[in-house]
Ligand binder design. Structure first.
Ligand code: FAD
Length: 398
């Protein structure tokens, strides 16, 4: 199998590299490289720069504003983006809702919502999980009862990432309580400013407000905001999740953070020699490097399979498991590499411009928060145990 890029792909990579060199603000790439917190305005700034270049929704069809790239071009772009320490595109509108609307939305919905995702008019969040309905998502209880031209929504969502910034939430709601649980679910687009919505923050171990609870009390939602058909939401929900999982794999991110780990392991000394030369540490690093190389190939295979416009299937579960294991192992090794320097927890160090007392090498203060924060990777988007169940059914036929 020839995995080298063609001359055209090489020149595309050069074009992408010069774009990052010229257009990615140094302030943003420094924040990302140093593991600092990004504000809403930072994320919006990068979103706008990508959109202006026409490279924001790079997997959407040209008709709706995509650049018409091949899967290889997308792969190259994602890798270069991570290597340049560009902020991650907030995925909810561009990567999750966009593909669902393009496949299942009405023409009116596409014309209304897709341009607003691109120009950043609407910040979206994801209303899937509920207390008691995470892995068993089809057990969700939030109801939407039709009353003339509106649905009246009551219930609660939880773990809603960045919901505190959101203008809109796409929600799975129960529209038929009598049907089999997967068959009574619908996919609704809800304005976060609607009367009856309350957002409560969940503060994480690193002090960050990354996730929220969202409560709905008699919230009226226009029937025009139903995507596709009533009670068919489970089909759309699953389609969206395959995109979510493929994105969580984060190969480019792993490549960039592994490069950094190699530098740290070279610079840290143990008993007079570089940590990178310690056989046990070197063996763990070698395993990650091999897994990462395999992961890149698998990612390309999955992308090639969707080149014809199809959706990634259960293969996205494979990518999710392996990709998140690699990402977690890299953060674990980085934390170990910094040793005692990674021990003090300094919340202020996560803020841009922190200039406090030095505790070891430059980014050591971020090693522990990054390690703990990334435990989430094997939970969200469907936990890794659930992905194994999916693989055993869909791929192994068990
Ligand atoms: C940081 C973070 C951000 C998130 N963001 C969002 C968001 O924006 N929107 C959203 O809707 N949701 C979000 N989630 C929710 C996420 O999708 C759920 O946490 C996830 O699906 C797991 O559900 P649960 O937390 O209810 O755990 P449970 O379903 O209660 O699972 C608990 C444990 O039991 C295991 N388990 C459960 N069932 C099985 C089984 N059948 N076989 C084997 N093992 C099983 C699980 O793997 C897990 O280890 C987020 C979660 C986190 C941590």
């Amino acid at each position: 199998m020839d995995l080298s890029f063609t001359p055209e792909e090489e020149s595309f990579r050069d074009e992408v590299r010069s774009f990052f060199r010229d257009k990615l603000p140094a302030r943003l790439s420094t924040l990302v490289r140093e593991g600092k917190r990004l504000r809403k305005a930072d994320m919006e700034e990068w979103h706008a720069i990508l959109n202006e270049r026409g490279w924001l929704a790079n997997h959407w069809p040209g008709q709706w504003g995509g650049p018409g790239w091949s899967v290889i071009q997308r792969f190259i772009f994602d890798n270069e983006s991570a290597l340049a320490h560009a902020p991650r595109v907030v995925p909810f509108g561009v990567n999750m809702l966009g593909p669902v609307l393009i496949k299942y939305g009405s023409e009116e919905q596409k014309k209304h919502w897709l341009p607003r995702i691109l120009d950043g008019s609407d910040w979206w969040c994801q209303g899937y999980s509920e207390p008691g309905a995470g892995s068993d998502l089809a057990g969700l209880k939030t109801t939407a009862v039709r009353n003339g031209d509106v649905y009246v929504v009551n219930g609660q969502k939880t773990w809603t990432t960045l919901g505190q910034h959101a203008d809109m939430i796409f929600c799975l709601v129960r529209t038929d309580a009598t049907a089999k649980k997967q068959e009574g679910i619908s996919f609704l687009l809800i304005d976060m400013k609607s009367p009856g919505i309350e957002v409560r923050p969940i503060t994480l171990i690193d002090g960050e407000q990354e996730v929220n609870e969202v409560f709905f009390t008699d919230v009226e939602v226009p029937v025009a905001n139903l995507v596709g058909e009533e009670n068919m939401g489970w089909t759309y929900a699953k389609y969206l999740l395959t995109y979510e999982r493929t994105n969580i794999a984060g190969v480019g991110f792993s490549i960039a953070s592994f490069e950094r780990l190699k530098e740290v392991a070279q610079s840290q000394k143990k008993g007079g020699r570089a940590l990178a030369d310690d056989p046990l540490f070197a063996a763990r690093m070698a395993r990650v490097e091999i897994d990462l190389a395999n992961m890149q190939t698998t990612n390309l295979r999955v992308l090639a399979a969707v080149a014809g416009g199809g959706a990634p299937g259960a293969e996205s579960s494979m990518l999710k498991i392996k990709g998140t294991e690699i990402r977690q192992e890299i953060t674990a090794l980085t934390r170990r590499a910094y040793g005692s320097y990674a021990a003090p927890y300094i919340p202020e160090a996560l803020e841009a411009g922190w200039n406090g007392e030095d505790v070891g090498p430059e980014d050591a203060a971020m090693a522990a928060p990054s390690y703990f924060n990334n435990r989430k990777l094997s939970i969200f988007g469907g936990s890794n145990e659930i992905q194994k169940n999916i693989i055993s059914k869909a791929i192994l036929g068990l």
